[in-house]
Design a protein around this ligand. Structure first.
Ligand code: ZN
Length: 81
């Protein structure tokens, strides 16, 4: 899973402490080479609240789909990293 294949997607991480963080792939593309494996990036992520590794990390194609009042789009794709 290369970073460049998921431009426009988001990384959705959840930590055991309850904090969740959404990171746009577009932002990661500024810091990492396009052919970087996403798993490699996910392994380096740490929770900003407690410093632990996230309990789960998923790729999501549309982060707004779960938001209140969202009306558009098809089913959301989620891929476990
Ligand atoms: Zn945490």
């Amino acid at each position: 899973m290369l970073l460049s294949d998921f431009d426009g997607w988001w990384l959705d991480t959840r930590c055991g402490c309850g904090r969740s963080t959404q990171i746009p792939i577009r932002m990661l593309l500024r810091e990492w080479r396009r052919e970087t494996d996403i798993g490699q990036i996910a392994r380096r992520l740490r929770c900003r609240g407690c410093g632990a590794r996230p309990a789960s990390t998923e790729l999501v194609d549309d982060i707004q789909a779960g938001a209140k009042g969202y009306a558009g789009g098809g089913p959301v794709q989620r891929i476990k990293v």
